[in-house]
Ligand binder design. Structure first.
Ligand SMILES: N=CN[C@@H](CCC(=O)O)C(=O)O
Ligand SMILES: [Zn+2]
Length: 426
């Protein structure tokens, strides 16, 4: 496995030809309802890119006349080519680990009980506060490299393990630096309202005021987060507290996301609709009314089946969401507690088997709908003229193998902005 140097010239020209399937995912994004099955596949497809941007996509037989010696030429040799995956919900910058918690949960201690006893998220907060930026950066870089090898070309990353101004800013600036230094594009999200820190125990309203009055302004002043998120959950942040915080963030120009209806049906999906949040995530317990609110307001439902699996909870009703016209994205939720896996193959397997999504819907959910969940659908998520050349080449001829070769990583090559940044084969 050879991750090629990201520092290579980005003005390189690249030609990919003879893709058995060029899965373009072209068209309006996000896709919803039946259109989530529209992958717009070009058989025996080809693609040209220059300066990191796709200039042409079509059938190999119709390639424009070009001087191939000026291009990096990749013959896909009858394999499937598709847009890079967007992992639109992760918490990949953190200190410490919590393996013991996984087993407490398996033995019956609920996730929220561990948190209310001062463990869970709060134990990662302690470890993250104690970690220097360089240490956080080193472990995060390794996690990004693992994601890249599974075809992830863009990842959303959340703060939320500081719960104080300094550490939240440190997590976000680590993401900013990594964004410049390695190929996986990072979309930073401020999650200061991830839990109530010990010094504010029993004073959640005061903590929300602290976030609104002190931390949010510092984050926006530095311009280091695009989204603001909140863990809207029973015993964590209420609907009213979440609304107040997200409205304050929206007033400062940030876009909203919510951890919604994960453990308890609190009405987070309805709040996401009311606020016209970009995405509502988890949604294991979302009600019919909540799903209707997402559909009416075009909120992307980011479904995280690996978390439900690791928590042994019932899965989000992705089928109902799709059939109700909600644009659905899939993501890993990689974090040190509820879901310590960045495995895209696992997410795909769970989506097919447990969420009953089709292979095409899964590809849509991980590409153009994932792009919409991070507000970048105009730049990434599909292979069409004008979009960024973020591309995956599989080991096999069809996207169906992503599901069929259950739980396996079948990504052979990853191209980011027109450069080969990961290659399993020569
Ligand atoms: N549920 C809230 N936040 C994370 C878990 C964070 C943690 O347990 O460290 C999630 O999305 O699953
Ligand atoms: Zn999360």
């Amino acid at each position: 496995m050879t991750p090629a140097g990201f520092e290579q010239a980005s003005n390189a020209k690249i030609l990919i030809k003879h893709a058995s399937e060029l899965v373009t995912c072209a068209g309006q994004a996000p896709k919803k309802g039946a259109s989530m099955n529209d992958l717009n596949i070009i058989p025996d497809g080809a693609l040209l890119a220059e300066n990191g941007i796709i200039t042409w996509a079509g059938a190999t037989a119709e390639l424009p006349a070009i001087d191939e010696t000026q291009y990096t030429v990749i013959d896909a040799g009858g394999r499937c080519v598709l847009p890079g995956f967007v992992d639109s919900h992760t918490h990949f910058v953190f200190g410490g680990y919590r393996p013991e918690e996984f087993f407490w949960r398996l033995n019956g201690t609920p996730y929220l009980e561990i948190l209310s006893r001062g463990g869970g998220i709060l134990s990662t907060v302690q470890a993250t506060r104690a970690a220097a930026a360089a240490e956080l950066k080193q472990s995060a870089a390794k996690r990004l490299a693992e994601m890249l090898s599974m075809g992830v070309t863009t990842v959303e990353g959340k703060s939320g393990y500081g719960l104080d101004c300094d550490t939240e800013l440190r997590q976000l600036s680590v993401m900013g630096e990594l964004n410049q230094e390695q190929p996986v594009e990072i979309v930073p999200t401020f999650l200061g309202a991830h839990a109530v820190p010990p010094d504010y125990k029993g004073k959640t309203d005061e903590y929300v005021e602290y976030i609104i009055n002190q931390v949010l302004p510092a984050v926006t002043k530095q311009g280091i987060a695009e989204f603001c998120d909140v863990f809207c959950e029973q015993g964590v942040f209420s609907i009213d507290q979440s609304r107040k915080l997200l409205q304050a963030a929206q007033n400062l120009g940030m876009k909203a996301k919510l951890h919604a209806d994960e453990i308890v049906a609190l009405g987070g999906a309805e709040l996401a609709g009311e606020l016209k949040a970009v995405s509502a995530d988890h949604l294991l317990q979302a009600t019919d009314a909540g799903i209707a609110a997402l559909a009416e307001n075009g909120v992307v439902a980011t479904v995280l089946p690996a978390t439900a699996f690791c928590l042994r909870e019932s899965y989000a009703r992705a089928r109902t969401m799709i059939d109700s016209g909600v644009p659905v994205a899939l993501a890993t939720d990689f974090n040190p507690g509820s879901c310590f896996t960045q495995s895209i193959p696992m997410v795909i397997a769970l989506a097919a088997i447990q969420l009953k999504m089709t292979a095409a819907e899964i590809v849509t959910a991980l590409t153009c709908n994932g792009a919409a969940a991070v507000g970048r659908q105009d730049k990434i998520g599909s292979l069409e003229r004008g979009k960024q050349a973020d591309i995956i080449i599989l080991d096999y001829p069809s996207h169906l193998f992503l599901v069929y070769n259950a739980g396996m990583n079948i990504v052979d090559k990853v191209i980011k902005k027109g450069q080969v940044v990961f290659s399993k084969s020569k």
